[in-house]
Design a binder for this molecule. Structure first.
Ligand SMILES: Nc1nc2c(ncn2[C@@H]2O[C@H](COP(=O)(O)OP(=O)(O)OP(=O)(O)O)[C@@H](O)[C@H]2O)c(=O)[nH]1
Ligand SMILES: [Mg+2]
Length: 313
């Protein structure tokens, strides 16, 4: 009797010789455009963006894959002076992400120039032996003649592997930056499957889409005092999604702002977030939103763990 045929291993795409892979962290003070740049580099909307400082609260990894390289980018919370337990965790996680990578991108912004927050970043990075690119972002929003003096100002402040003026918003200068990033990575095989984009868990990603709307629509009144927990995520028989989420605020008065007159604000937040969720999930999303007051939630270890901001244990 013939032995059964041995199953051949699944076909793997051959890795081209000289393929490179590695980790690149985006660092900098709040609001310089780290998340905007991450989204541009991975060509997807992975990390939320807003004009409010301290938008990003957790380290987000996302992968950019080309034929010759795989770059795993780490978006980090902006380094700032921490006031609450939440902010201490944010700064701790950001600093932790800056070690153990192959390359650091230190972002500053052109229009505001080099300030005390950037100087503090230099101190954070002072002991590192990892190569650092200085990325001067937002050059679309500054007069061109101001660029050279700014480069002159920052050039001697530490050793930079290279300096790149870019606009994460328009994409100007970003291809040159990407090319240099790829050429600096070590040779090695890809670490993730070709369709892998981010390790951000779906529930956190959906919560972030709601928080982005909160930041964009209510920023004057409640910049940092909201958190979103997705309590429910179910797939229906039709392949659509039912999402239930709770928005936490610090004070009763903030609850009124989030709900708005006649519920208008909450409705607007829900409508846009639901559309964003549908795009993210690739199928229709039905969203129920609740608003709860939880005083001092930014110092609550359990809630911070649920939000992925504090570590387990
Ligand atoms: N004009 C201009 N605005 C930009 C550019 N990049 C980012 N921005 C704006 O700058 C603001 C902050 O951008 P983010 O990407 O959220 O900044 P961040 O560094 O991730 O901020 P944190 O997460 O708070 O640390 C947003 O309003 C962006 O639209 C740029 O190249 N040009
Ligand atoms: Mg950010």
């Amino acid at each position: 009797m013939q032995p059964p045929p041995v199953a051949s291993p699944p076909e793997q795409a051959p890795i081209p010789p000289g393929f490179r892979s590695g980790f690149v962290a985006l660092a900098g003070r709040s609001n310089v455009g780290k998340s905007t740049l991450l989204n541009r580099l991975v060509k997807a909307r992975v990390s939320i963006v807003s004009p409010v400082p301290q938008t990003t609260r957790v380290v987000i990894r996302a992968v950019a894959r080309t034929e010759e390289a795989e770059v795993i980018y780490l978006d980090t919370p902006g380094i700032h002076r921490p006031q609450y337990r939440m902010n201490r965790e944010m700064v701790r996680s950001a600093q932790e992400a800056l070690s153990g990578v192959d390359l650091l991108l230190l972002l500053i912004e052109g229009p505001g120039g080099f300030g005390p927050g950037d100087d503090y970043m230099l101190r954070v990075l002072s002991g590192t032996s990892i190569p650092v690119f200085l990325v001067i972002n937002k050059i679309d929003a500054m007069p061109r003649p101001a660029l050279l003096p700014l480069i002159g100002n920052v050039r001697g402040r530490r050793e930079w592997r290279e300096i790149f003026p870019v606009s994460a918003l328009t994409g100007e200068g970003c291809e040159e930056l990407e090319r240099s990033i790829r050429s600096l990575l070590p040779e090695g095989p890809p670490l993730f499957p070709p369709d892998f984009l981010t390790d951000l868990p779906t529930r956190l990603a959906l919560g972030e889409l709601i928080r982005e709307q909160l930041l964009l629509r209510t920023r004057e009144e409640l910049p940092h005092s909201t958190a979103v927990i997705v309590d429910r995520l179910e797939e229906t028989e039709k392949g659509e999604y039912r999402v239930g989420a709770t928005i936490y605020v610090d004070r009763e008065s903030q609850k009124g702002i989030v709900i708005g007159r006649g519920g208008e604000m909450l409705k607007a937040i829900g409508t846009t977030a639901r559309m964003e969720m549908a795009a993210y999930l690739g199928s229709a999303a039905h969203l129920s939103l609740w608003v709860k007051v939880k005083k001092d939630w930014r110092d609550d270890p359990l809630l911070l763990r649920l939000l992925g901001i504090a570590q387990e244990g």
